[in-house]
Design a protein around this ligand. Sequence first.
Ligand SMILES: C[S@@+](CC[C@H](N)C(=O)[O-])C[C@H]1O[C@@H](n2cnc3c(N)ncnc32)[C@H](O)[C@@H]1O
Length: 500
Amino acid sequence: MPHHSPSPPPSNHRPTRTDAAARPTPTQLAHSWLTRYRDLIDDWDAFAAALARSLPVTLWANPTRISIAALTDLLTEDALAPQPIPGLPNALRLPPEYRVGQQWWYCVGLAHAQEVVSQLPVTVLDLQPGQRVLDLCAAPGGKTAQIAFALGNRGTVIANDIGYGRLKALQGNLDRLGVINVTTTQSDGRNWPTASGQFDRVLVDAPCSSEGTIRRNPSLLQRHDPATAERFGPRQRALLRRAVQRCRPGGLVLYSTCTFAPEENELVVADILAEYAGQLQLREIDFPGFNTAPGVTRWLGRTLPPELARCRRFWPHRNDTGGFFIALLEKDPSLPAEPEPELAHLADSEHDEWLDGLIAKYGLPEDYWSRYRINRQTKRGLHLLAADHAPPAVPAAEGRGLFFHRTNVRPPKPTTSGALVIGPDATRFRLELNREQRDAYLRRELFAPTAAQRAANPPGQAIVSYRGQILGIAVLHRSGVIESQFPSRWSGQAATELPA
Ligand SMILES: C[S@@+](CC[C@H](N)C(=O)[O-])C[C@H]1O[C@@H](n2cnc3c(N)ncnc32)[C@H](O)[C@@H]1O
């Protein structure tokens, strides 16, 4: 039985961790370590004013679930005024302090919150279905999800991170969004194995001193020591070097950070370019709709090659964002390619009766499972993978695809992320909820069906929806109550609390 949660119904406006009183004043900024960047910043006053403002909330629509127009309508009905973002046609801007993680449409994966500048790297990766992509520092997975959807939720993406807890957060995001073409690995990207083969695209969204996130974390102003920037350099070089090695000839490596420090940006890129002289080229990149600055070519007495200006810097005041840095490297297409790697042997499910059972119960099309690969990774149940997902044998996977059907319970039941994927194709045992029922469902409370719902739905497990959007699984009991099976960790969760 679900517990009765004491939490209030989902509300729209709540204070965030970043309380306005903690925001830096222009005087504090003028006496802070940030002045080391004074010569790089075209308009210091505008820069200081931007850092003193809270950051707008931005999100993108899940292309497998909702159009941007429908998401805009939905938010507008919630009395918000979502604003389009020039240059990001699938994204919207919302007022600062808005807690998206607690909204019903967020909890069921219709959208993902991600800072504007964090959304940009993936837009210049020129992603096409069929490419093999490695995201070397992936958690909590905003960019992994963007990549996965840019590939049509098919094919092979490897999302790696060194942190186990952060990888769990990434998996939570991928589950909520319905991503099925990702294998996750937990490994030190500096030693990423050669035997994994070469990738068409490698993303290094590097661990960094995070100076550009100061609008979200104003305490950085006091806590941060600019010497940290020096300390990150060796790790960043090692990650970027590994990424270049694992990129196929003619492929692209994208290096990004959310920091201002040239020590973590242009200086890292310049050293790797020098190491691979003649084999790597910095690409010109363009972000239509955004006011960017060129990469720095002189810093603390060091002069860098002029092509470093092809890197792009995002200063907070220019586009009302956080700070960010992006460099795109192309590997010489005339270099010899490595042989194809050995692929992982995936133990496909031998338990087709469960799949037939789901077709029969929910009225799915007869050939429904042919579009997927069904894989048993644990005794608990079955995972859903893109039919053409083909990860390498090494490194060992932490997880693959989406845990969608729990078979170690009686009766077996789809997980919430499973219901969100198969629900739109279900023709039976579908229960459409009203607004009050929706809120009770997400709070995991017991609630009553309407007379019409009771008349139309036999008792048992059902896939529930609101306004046609799948919410998850519930049980309609003979006694006349509906029991929510919405997971507590999804209820009002804000997986986006981790830096994206
Ligand atoms: C800026 S965050 C990545 C954000 C992520 N790309 C996203 O869009 O959600 C950097 C990540 O690098 C990971 N990391 C740090 N050192 C690493 C290493 N040696 N190998 C792999 N990942 C590492 C951190 O755990 C952290 O999750």
